[in-house]
Design a protein around this ligand. Structure first.
Ligand SMILES: *[C@@H]1O[C@H](CO)[C@@H](O)[C@H](O)[C@H]1NC(C)=O
Ligand SMILES: *[C@@H]1O[C@H](CO)[C@@H](O)[C@H](O)[C@H]1NC(C)=O
Ligand SMILES: *[C@@H]1O[C@H](CO)[C@@H](O)[C@H](O)[C@H]1NC(C)=O
Ligand SMILES: *[C@@H]1O[C@H](CO)[C@@H](O)[C@H](O)[C@H]1NC(C)=O
Ligand SMILES: *[C@@H]1O[C@H](CO)[C@@H](O)[C@H](O)[C@H]1NC(C)=O
Ligand SMILES: *[C@@H]1O[C@H](CO)[C@@H](O)[C@H](O)[C@H]1NC(C)=O
Length: 648
């Protein structure tokens, strides 16, 4: 095989593609390959053949292909096992890799002249660990390892462009690291005096950047409120608690507060201020002055008070002020995730809820997730928070990432964990994003999958695209309308995030609703704008997201975003759980199969006005029935409650 000399115009990625990868060895099949090197990394040299790679073989989870069916069995209102949720032990056992899978990989390694004592099985039995030289790894995987350098930090990473496995292992192995994921920190041979890998910090697009000011999913403000208006006729100008109660008929005082649980997730450095909570409570819910959320610190998470501005305090104050007051007297737990140095990701939060997830399919990804202990100065130097808290019945998160910026593997792994939490009876609520059909910072997709400000393909958000979470869009009261008039999709300051995944198939529970939308109200777009081949549509529901009065840094601000809508929906669902628990029933768990079902027709205020513009288009339109702008509509609490009380 001859390596062709390629012109400089051809990307480095292709120029460097190993010839071995192009033609796999006899009996081998390509397992994973990448088309482009991530931004800011460039090829430096071939990896030295005696460098030691900490190889991990992520074993295929048993039964993972049945996850959706298993989840439907406990979540669909027609199922005889509705709400018959699983214990964490049953979940862990059901998905642990099979003995045959473990044997297949171990036998192959032994047959490849790897001494048995070098092969180790993780305690979760979900991956096999082997320290191999680069020469051994290249032989085992029919791959070629190179060293890449980061433009800003000078950090080095080891990666290959493609790797292969023997045909018979394809069904037993999910992934092998370190390979092309551009993630694992590989120690370099010291004798060559090469620079040790250093952390490049949370950059936009990495999971642990979600709490950083300026990241697309945080709420927006138009400034201070000079005079608070609490009369219902002013709800088109300012949303306060009485407006939300009137809009969604929230008339209920929790009684099961010792048994029920509700958590709100925040990512450091986002933080609430007690003085702001008290200022809000003083005006709207006086009995709560002095109340705080119960803070669960995940991976060194702190409610910092050093940096104060709307960009640091807006999200947390908003979520907690409205969440805590709607469910009062139900205590609210705060999952404060990530330390001040490295930050945390959705996966760091999930690790804290389910110890088995910490090592599931290879564990966290250092380019996305905080890796603890954090070795950087001032970092959280204790072990990663694994299974430190029993998941709350409802977990609300108003942060998002761009689906196109993470690998499908990463997205699917995390999405499956939401499904497993659903099996355990946990409801996962996420905001759908504030930029209509665009991704963060109004970026859209180019035909090759990269993002730019003049891309024309819609750019959906994760985890809303995961079929196992409940995604919440935003509405608004039109100027001059009252709380009794129909709301519109939010078109002031923000646009409700919505659209179709490029990774996840459409789940059965929304087949009918989405088909009805596409058939009866065909959008004026083609597969050039969105995935028309039957993928997951979002959001699932909506709630008001415009003109919230929120106490931030000692003053009331007017706040906009699906960040407002998610905690309101999560709070309403918490009230439903309270009423069910009060009559001896179990929590509602994963709600999507229920809310899309025949039994729940008419339990939402259908939104039929407004669009979600982006990517140079008007976006989708809110129409009768489900739509990728406001989902099924906004909650009508008494109707939802009555129907949920009828279910087992
Ligand atoms: C309901 O759950 C029980 C216990 O997990 C199981 O034995 C039974 O088969 C399930 N029923 C149905 C209809 O799936
Ligand atoms: C690989 O090497 C590291 C560092 O020496 C060691 O901590 C680890 O236990 C080794 N793993 C295996 C599977 O031998
Ligand atoms: C946050 O506060 C620290 C300490 O005062 C300061 O160094 C840093 O620049 C602040 N960050 C921002 C974004 O203001
Ligand atoms: C947008 O398109 C123009 C011309 O089509 C191109 O020159 C420019 O680089 C593009 N901008 C971005 C941010 O991709
Ligand atoms: C609402 O409409 C009135 C009359 O058209 C206008 O004066 C007012 O500025 C509008 N208010 C907002 C908040 O847009
Ligand atoms: C469309 O979505 C499906 C999942 O339903 C996915 O397999 C496919 O690759 C996506 N197509 C594009 C062009 O992104």
């Amino acid at each position: 095989m001859v390596l062709l000399r390629l012109s400089a115009a051809i990307s480095a990625a292709f120029a460097l593609q190993s010839y071995a990868a192009l033609v796999p060895r006899a009996g081998y099949v390509v397992h994973e390959k990448r088309d482009v090197i991530p931004p800011k990394w460039s090829y430096t040299r071939r990896l030295e053949s005696d460098a030691v790679l900490p190889m991990r073989f992520g074993l295929r989870q048993r039964n993972i292909e049945h996850l959706e069916d298993m989840l439907m069995e406990v979540s669909h209102p027609d199922s005889p096992n509705y709400s018959n949720h699983w214990s964490p032990e049953k979940v862990a056992d059901t998905f642990a890799p099979s003995v045959e899978t473990i044997d297949a990989v171990v036998s192959w390694l032994k047959a490849s002249a790897i001494a048995p004592e070098r092969i180790k099985l993780s305690s979760s039995r979900s991956w096999i660990h082997l320290n191999a030289t680069a020469a051994e790894a290249e032989y085992l995987l029919d791959a070629s390892y190179d060293v890449y350098t980061h433009e800003d930090s000078g950090a080095e990473h080891v990666s290959c462009i493609s790797y292969s496995l023997p045909h018979h292992l394809k069904e037993h192995v999910d992934l092998v690291t370190p390979t092309l994921h551009f993630d694992v920190r590989v120690p370099m041979p010291a004798k060559r005096n090469v620079r040790r890998d250093v952390d490049v910090g949370p950059t936009e697009g990495s999971g642990r950047s979600v709490g950083q000011p300026g990241i697309g999913s945080l709420p927006k403000t138009t400034g201070k409120v000079s005079e608070i208006l609490t009369e219902l006729e002013n709800c088109d100008e300012q949303i306060t608690l009485p407006c939300l109660r009137a809009l969604y008929n929230i008339i209920y005082k929790p009684v099961s507060t010792n048994q029920n649980t509700f958590a709100i997730v925040e990512y450091t450095p986002q933080a609430f201020l007690q003085t702001d909570l008290d200022m809000f409570f003083g005006n709207f819910s006086p009995s709560q002055v002095g109340q705080s959320p119960k803070l669960v610190s995940i991976d060194g998470g702190v409610a910092q008070t050093t940096n104060r501005s709307f960009n640091f305090n807006g999200e947390s104050n908003l979520d907690l002020q409205y969440g805590m007051s709607i469910v009062n007297p139900q205590p609210v737990t705060l999952y404060q995730t990530g330390d001040l140095v490295e930050g945390g990701s959705f996966n760091n939060m999930l690790d804290a809820l389910d110890a088995s997830y910490c090592t599931f399919e290879g564990g966290d990804d250092p380019t996305q997730d905080g890796i603890y202990p954090d070795t950087l100065p001032g970092g959280f130097d204790k072990p990663e928070s694994c299974g430190i808290v029993k998941p709350a019945n409802i977990i609300s998160t108003s942060y998002s990432m761009v689906e196109s910026q993470i690998t499908p593997f990463y997205a699917i792994r995390e999405c499956n964990e939401y499904g497993k939490l659903g099996l355990m009876g946990v409801t996962i609520v996420y905001s759908s994003g504030d930029e209509g059909v665009s991704g963060h910072n109004d970026l859209c997709l180019n035909p090759d999958g990269s993002q730019s400000s003049n891309g024309t393909r819609f750019n959906p958000l994760f985890p809303s695209v995961c079929p196992f979470v409940t995604s919440v869009g935003a509405t608004q009261i039109l100027n001059g309308s009252s709380v009794n008039d129909p709301e519109s999709a939010c078109e002031e300051v923000i646009f409700s995030g919505g659209g179709f995944s490029n990774v996840f198939k459409r789940p059965s529970y929304q087949d009918e609703a989405v088909n009805s939308f596409l058939t009866n109200h065909p959008p004026p777009f083609t597969s050039a704008q969105f995935n028309t081949s039957g993928s997951r549509g979002f959001p699932d529901l909506a709630a008001n997201g415009a003109r919230y009065v929120v106490a931030v840094d000692g003053e009331f601000s007017l706040v906009f975003g699906t960040s407002c809508a998610a905690p309101v929906v999560a709070s309403i669902l918490t009230l439903v759980n309270d009423a069910r628990i009060a009559i001896g029933k179990r929590p509602i768990g994963f709600v999507n199969p229920t809310i899309y079902s025949e039994q729940f027709k008419g339990a939402f205020n259908d939104i039929t006005i407004g669009d979600n513009p982006g990517c140079g288009t008007n976006g989708f339109s809110a129409v009768p029935g489900w739509d990728p702008v406001t989902g099924l509509g906004t909650p009508n609490f008494p109707k939802l409650l009555a129907r949920w009380l009828l279910l087992p």
